[in-house]
Design a protein around this ligand. Sequence first.
Ligand code: MEV
Length: 290
Amino acid sequence: MATWSAPGKVFLFGEHAVVYGKPGIAMAIKPRVQVTVRHTHHYQRPNSPYIAECFNLLDIKGSVYVRSQLPSASGLGSSAAVTVATLFAINDEFSLGYNKDEVADLAHEVEKITQGGRASATDTYVSTFGGMVLIRGDEKRRLIPPQNFSIVLGNSMISHNTAEQVKKVADFLEKSPKIANPIVDAIGAITMEAMHNMDNLHELGNLMNRNQALLDALGVGHPCLSKLILAARNAGAYGAKLSGAGGGGCIWALCSRGTRNRVVNAIDKYEGKPIATGIDTEGVRKEESL
Ligand code: MEV
């Protein structure tokens, strides 16, 4: 029996555009998913398509048990964390001998298959290695998180489907390339600006708000997300935007220490679930099997 855990993530800048080779910035966060895999003779097909695809890809049969502190389908990378933890647990339990980079690549492959052929390596890479990372195509650059980087998450409690949101953007790009391509390009430009302004929280907040406007233009917003984003901004956040695929799920707000509580209260008041979180620098790790 082998047990591994992996962290979730916040998509800071560049979601969706990152699928088309533009840069994206994401950060691993504290809530984790823990997966236990056991070599058994009785194979029960797992309910999660991500876990099923892990076993399928490695041509392995075993039993699996998942414990999660991460809300699923909420833009916090729970599918990537489940995928990463499952693959590391299989690799360990069946002594397959893959190294960390190879398992991260396999996790990306699983996400691609389950997301209809379109997925960036962002969520799986961040969940594997932890920290804050810039991803652009095959390039992965570790970033130093700014001091006093205080964030509040707000869960809209509207569950979303990443594959559907990714397809929505793909359809928009195919149907109206003259409109959609410049939006994707502009999101990429904003992400690069953000990378150069990590210590300037005012500017970072402005860039978040512009990124959100472009995500709305891509069609992946949701009225409940807009409500939480506006509430957080009115409560004094530097900026606020959705995290991940959109169409529901979570927002994140960038705060100063002084405004943090006001932002938490505002999210609560507008029927969101505030989540206190911080950066996870560890990534995937082996746990004691109980
Ligand atoms: C999902 O967390 C982020 C998306 O950009 C999809 C991906 O990067 O694979 C929407």
